[in-house]
Design a binder for this molecule. Sequence first.
Ligand code: UD1
Ligand code: CA
Length: 472
Amino acid sequence: MSTESDSVAALILAAGRGVRMHSGKPKVLQSLLEEPVVYYPLKAVQDAGLKNMALVVGYGGEQVEAYLRKEWPGTGVIWQAEQLGTAHAVMAAEEWWKNYRHVMVVSGDVPLIQAATLRDLVDKHLRAKSESSFISYLTDDPSGHSRVARLADGAVRIIEDKDAIEEELAIHEINSGIYIFETAPLSAVIKKICRSKALGEYNITDAVALIGETEGDVNIVVNEDRSELLGVNTPNDLAVTAEALNRRIISRHMRDGLKCMDPRSTWIGPQVKLEPDVFMEPGVQVWGKSVIASGARIGAYSILRDVVIGKDATVLGPSVVSDSSIGRNAEVGPFACLRGKARLSDGAKAGRFVEIKSSEIGAGAKVPHLSYIGDTEIGEGTNIGAGTITCNYDGRKKNRTKIGARCFVGSDTMFVAPVYMGDDASTAAGSVVTKDVPPGALAISRPRQDNVANWSSRVKIEREEKKDNEEN
Ligand code: UD1
Ligand code: CA
């Protein structure tokens, strides 16, 4: 069903370099809680209910485009080869936005902007039926920001800080950089914008004044929460913004039932999903598209990235788990490392100093101590002795190990892959398993033990004889 807000398209400006980041990566791809900066305005626009989005790219545009193709398919990409200012960027996209009745213009570098704020702007713009609308903020300290001048005749002008004269600098109302324009009047005025005095750029802020002068009404939506405007221009801004976003995300999860011992040292990415009643000790980091079920406990200083953690599972900290899943009631750590699609089934265990990579561990199976398990399948209820290693790499390629159900693997067994061990089989401690082990069999492969009788007293006598010889 097409609604009135479908007539509003959203254009996100993201062509700028961000010189003050001192980075080869474009500013909008800098990492904020392990998502690119531009993720946040895209998500806010999407959550505000706007379906048609496009991004203006320029500096590092190939990288930005690759990110969009992967994570935001359906979002338009518009190139602005040379960055001559925000109005120049909007003009580069005219062929795209002229297909819609209204266009919202948002900066790609304002990650704290909230969907509700954008939604409110859309609603007020449509209700007011004005030709342009934008968000402003009232602030005690406007220094460095663009001022909103409300002139006596009702006209509005936005003045860049660098272009402002003394009486304009005294204004405390500042521009958010978020606008909605009706596209027909925008088309009419955008060509008339001249280069600014201070920087010689074409500024979209001038479109507001020009529409007010010639094409119709300007509607200003004053917003209370100025922190939403915080742009990221420097590494310091990245840190400050990340902290603010993190605080917002953790508060939301705690409202929904997260028990977080120390919110200040806990970090949770924006795409993480938590069921109610997850418990986190201090220093936990959860990133990517991780999903954690209720009753799970995440131990101190664990780092989880793109994980699925089942109900009532326990991760003892510190452990590092990425791109892996942990079943119900399963237990991991402390000092465990799971990666590359490791799958721990319900009630399974990966204990102290255990690394598991690209392997499936069956229900109730246990790898309790000091093991490396790679490219392996382990059946239900099998116990893996301390120090067991699957030797999966022969110097050229990775090979698989398969260990059946209910097996007993002795401590310090080396499985030289590819190798197979049937159900209910065992290995003797210290064995090097190079041949398949049939179901129910015991594999022993180690030198037999010889005991030399009276060894200690013989050694003692030899030492004493030597000492006597040296003294004589
Ligand atoms: C802009 C506004 C300012 C507002 C502020 C709010 C202008 C001239 N100024 O200033 O009034 O208070 O945002 O955050 O609009 N960009 C392009 N192409 C260009 C230039 C910029 O795509 O040629 C993009 C940038 O990547 C950035 C956004 O536009 O995402 C804003 O540009 P920036 O240079 O950061 O403008 P501000 O100085 O922040
Ligand atoms: Ca900016």
